[in-house]
Write a protein that binds this ligand. Sequence first.
Ligand SMILES: Cc1cc2nc3c(=O)[nH]c(=O)nc-3n(C[C@H](O)[C@H](O)[C@H](O)COP(=O)(O)O)c2cc1C
Length: 157
Amino acid sequence: MEGNKTLIAYVTKGGATEESAKKIAEVLRSKYQLEVDLVDLNEEKVPELTQYRNIVVGSGVRAGMVYGKAKKFLENDFNGKQIAFYVSSSMAGTPGSHDNAKTRFVENTLTKYPKINPVSTEAFGGRIRYLRKTMLDNTDMSKVEAWAEELGKKFIW
Ligand SMILES: Cc1cc2nc3c(=O)[nH]c(=O)nc-3n(C[C@H](O)[C@H](O)[C@H](O)COP(=O)(O)O)c2cc1C
């Protein structure tokens, strides 16, 4: 593995996790000049991971669970890489519920992958659309941007 390439691999059903993935990529590229690949795990094949030093995994949450394709991706061997993990969940964006959502959806998920020792994790809000109407939207791209800036500092080392 050479260089300092970053992979952002995400799974979305409603689009919030993709929007965050794109924001994170934008910050890492523009503020830290990092080379970033974005991969939608619903649409694209998992790339060869040996080329990446940093990997950000993002997933939405439905019915209390992180999406299956994200869990499958977390089974990969990330030995020697810097890993970050985030979720999009309406509960995480609800005032007073963020910490509980982070424990349930981020920390409890990662206990199943004891080899992963993440450099950073976060739970962001989500968005629910039904019949083309937005029923609930507690996404906050300024929080995503701030998290990406902290990630960038870790990834450039
Ligand atoms: C059928 C359905 C079930 C959901 N279940 C949960 C849930 O259990 N907990 C939660 O915090 N949010 C839940 N949500 C809200 C999602 O977390 C939100 O839509 C988020 O944006 C999902 O990420 P995505 O847009 O990237 O797919 C649910 C949304 C839908 C449509």
